[in-house]
Write a protein of this length. Structure first.
Length: 132
């Protein structure tokens, strides 16, 4: 699940269509890019949003059947006004779930936003009947 710490903000998450990156004797690995946008949706001249943050726990997103065997963050990038929109390069979606590393004093002015892209490889057990 994802959440924005900024009460005046809004967060939206999308995912690209997964692509198969490898198939082994007992596993199949897919790659997808997750995109998050968080921002200050107030009208121009309104309040600033200090310390914006987006969190995402990959385990809660990737649940289902069959259960995945591993999920690896392959990269994270952020665009938007610095320092509020600074990537947390330690984000791994497992124990470190915060995506932004800007200081608490950093802010998004009205109408500003951060666009976060996270690459993820997910491996599932594979057999002829795994996905039927």
């Amino acid at each position: 699940s994802s959440a924005a710490r900024a009460w005046a903000g809004k967060s939206v998450k999308t995912a690209s269509t997964p692509t198969i990156t490898s198939v082994g004797a007992s596993t199949v690995t897919y790659h997808t890019d997750l995109t998050f946008r968080t921002g200050n949706t107030q009208i121009p001249g309104a309040m600033r949003v200090y310390g914006p943050q987006v969190t995402d726990n990959l385990a809660s997103v990737l649940g289902g059947s069959p259960a995945y065997t591993s999920a690896t963050v392959t990269g994270i990038s952020v665009t938007g006004p610095a320092p509020a929109c600074t990537a947390n390069t330690a984000y791994n979606g497992v124990g470190t779930n915060t995506m932004l590393a800007g200081p608490a004093t950093a802010f998004l002015a009205a109408g500003e936003s951060c666009l976060i892209t996270v690459g993820v490889d997910v491996t599932y057990p594979y057999s002829a009947t795994s996905f039927t």
